[in-house]
Design a protein around this ligand. Sequence first.
Ligand SMILES: *[C@@H]1O[C@H](CO)[C@@H](O)[C@H](O)[C@H]1NC(C)=O
Ligand SMILES: *[C@@H]1O[C@H](CO)[C@@H](O)[C@H](O)[C@H]1NC(C)=O
Ligand SMILES: *[C@@H]1O[C@H](CO)[C@@H](O)[C@H](O)[C@H]1NC(C)=O
Ligand SMILES: *[C@@H]1O[C@H](CO)[C@@H](O)[C@H](O)[C@H]1NC(C)=O
Ligand SMILES: *[C@@H]1O[C@H](CO)[C@@H](O)[C@H](O)[C@H]1NC(C)=O
Ligand SMILES: *[C@@H]1O[C@H](CO)[C@@H](O)[C@H](O)[C@H]1NC(C)=O
Ligand SMILES: *[C@@H]1O[C@H](CO)[C@@H](O)[C@H](O)[C@H]1NC(C)=O
Ligand SMILES: *[C@@H]1O[C@H](CO)[C@@H](O)[C@H](O)[C@H]1NC(C)=O
Ligand SMILES: *[C@@H]1O[C@H](CO)[C@@H](O)[C@H](O)[C@H]1NC(C)=O
Ligand SMILES: *[C@@H]1O[C@H](CO)[C@@H](O)[C@H](O)[C@H]1NC(C)=O
Ligand SMILES: *[C@@H]1O[C@H](CO)[C@@H](O)[C@H](O)[C@H]1NC(C)=O
Ligand SMILES: *[C@@H]1O[C@H](CO)[C@@H](O)[C@H](O)[C@H]1NC(C)=O
Length: 414
Amino acid sequence: MELTSAPLHKGQVPWRGLLLAALLLAYWNSPVSAQVTVEAVPTHVAEGANVLLQVHNLPTTLQVFYWYKGDTLADSNEIARFIISSSTNSTGPAHTGRETIYQNGSLLFQNVMQNDTGTYTFHMLTANFDNPTKSLQFYVHAPLPKPNITSNNSNPMEGEDSVALMCEPETQNTVYLWRINGQSLSEGDRLKLSIDNRTLTLLTVVRTDTGPYECETRNLVSTSRSDPLTLNITYGPDVPIISPSDTHFQSRTNLSLSCHAASNPPAQYSWSVNGELQASSQELFIPNITTNNSGSYTCLVHNSVTDLNRTTVKNITVLEPVTPPSIQVANTTFKELESVSLTCDSQDIGISIRWLFNGQSLGLTDRMKLSENNSTLSIDPVRREDSGKYECEVSNPVSSERSNPIQLNIIHAF
Ligand SMILES: *[C@@H]1O[C@H](CO)[C@@H](O)[C@H](O)[C@H]1NC(C)=O
Ligand SMILES: *[C@@H]1O[C@H](CO)[C@@H](O)[C@H](O)[C@H]1NC(C)=O
Ligand SMILES: *[C@@H]1O[C@H](CO)[C@@H](O)[C@H](O)[C@H]1NC(C)=O
Ligand SMILES: *[C@@H]1O[C@H](CO)[C@@H](O)[C@H](O)[C@H]1NC(C)=O
Ligand SMILES: *[C@@H]1O[C@H](CO)[C@@H](O)[C@H](O)[C@H]1NC(C)=O
Ligand SMILES: *[C@@H]1O[C@H](CO)[C@@H](O)[C@H](O)[C@H]1NC(C)=O
Ligand SMILES: *[C@@H]1O[C@H](CO)[C@@H](O)[C@H](O)[C@H]1NC(C)=O
Ligand SMILES: *[C@@H]1O[C@H](CO)[C@@H](O)[C@H](O)[C@H]1NC(C)=O
Ligand SMILES: *[C@@H]1O[C@H](CO)[C@@H](O)[C@H](O)[C@H]1NC(C)=O
Ligand SMILES: *[C@@H]1O[C@H](CO)[C@@H](O)[C@H](O)[C@H]1NC(C)=O
Ligand SMILES: *[C@@H]1O[C@H](CO)[C@@H](O)[C@H](O)[C@H]1NC(C)=O
Ligand SMILES: *[C@@H]1O[C@H](CO)[C@@H](O)[C@H](O)[C@H]1NC(C)=O
């Protein structure tokens, strides 16, 4: 029991100079003996984890060592001591049942709580009156609560509203980080962070700011991440797009048109033909169309929140398929150097005509001439090489047809 009270404060002062001299002497005598140091591993620890209070360079003359809570060597603060000679330990009043003392000086502190944060002091008694104390500190951090994101506007309007996103709750010694679409964000013209990074401001939102947003909190010992938040940004409708893009359709087919406009909330669609409401849907379907279905088709989109309307008009022409043309020619046998005129005969209007020679598009030579919207092919004068198979092809935007072939024979003039 004579070891319990470490004679520290009383009678210490007059000895100080002597102790210092002894210390210096010890250093002088044994330059290899390094100073006793203590460290907490780790210094910052999560609640519930363990921390090891380590002692380095324990002197060989060590007899007893103590660990105290706080920085004064009051008996009531003693956690535990270790007696080298008997390799035994005993606990003090400040022992909480979670500390273990080891021969090498270390104190293992298990399952630490926040109120374990603080200063701890190592004290030792040696054979040569060199009885230093060493203090250290460690800090226990509560696990970070799962953060959540609050928005000051749950339904911002594109191009109008600015939104402040705040990462809750505010905690001490916490770093806040934001992610957008899983990417760490970079500040920009419209993206501002508060000084502590806890508030992210989106200036005049656009639809691509929808997110999702995540907020992450970090302190020295832990990391926590919020659930993703997606912004419901109201926008649109944009000018609608009608597909397919064709403007000409063949009669006796089915007409199927689809309209699409970007909009949040989704647009309401309606179709009108020549000004008359035809359908209140995104798709318009008219079976077995005739030329009477030609006209102007309007898709109207409406956003119930912005109360905006947009329209796109498409003029549609329904055409009958062309009928096969025929070739008119005076004769199929000509003498060299005579002139020949082929006429492509068709009942259809609004057609274009092209000529084929031996199954290939006809390459015009300087002896050939097209007229009457290509319906007449004149060859003047004809040559032997003009002999072959001639066809004409008529087409409108929805169909094309070829004539029966005409075989021209060009023979010697003599
Ligand atoms: C004291 O030593 C015993 C036996 O080695 C050990 O079980 C116990 O945890 C030690 N107590 C402290 C406070 O270190
Ligand atoms: C002291 O002993 C403990 C338990 O065996 C060990 O974890 C620790 O690393 C030792 N410390 C030093 C400084 O050797
Ligand atoms: C430290 O906090 C725990 C609960 O977190 C409590 O049970 C204990 O009494 C506290 N200790 C002190 C010394 O305040
Ligand atoms: C988010 O945090 C705030 C403030 O801490 C709280 O009022 C709100 O209920 C939390 N929301 C969710 C979804 O946890
Ligand atoms: C939300 O915060 C932004 C930025 O501070 C502000 O411009 C906006 O007016 C706020 N909106 C609402 C609905 O309070
Ligand atoms: C805020 O975040 C930026 C990166 O987005 C970082 O460079 C900066 O250090 C952070 N500031 C604080 C106070 O955490
Ligand atoms: C978005 O806001 C609109 C009202 O502007 C609402 O009708 C819609 O249900 C919201 N969408 C979601 C996914 O919350
Ligand atoms: C399409 O309409 C025409 C008359 O315009 C009719 O003769 C034909 O049978 C119809 N076809 C179908 C598949 O209904
Ligand atoms: C927009 O369209 C809706 C029907 O979709 C209609 O009731 C409303 O009057 C239209 N508004 C304007 C300004 O044309
Ligand atoms: C569609 O036709 C109408 C009248 O027939 C015309 O005024 C309008 O310019 C046409 N629109 C387009 C896109 O061709
Ligand atoms: C075609 O031309 C040939 C030779 O010039 C001539 O013999 C023949 O009678 C002509 N046939 C007709 C139907 O004109
Ligand atoms: C006439 O034929 C030429 C070449 O074959 C073609 O480029 C042109 O479009 C045609 N014109 C008409 C009115 O069919």
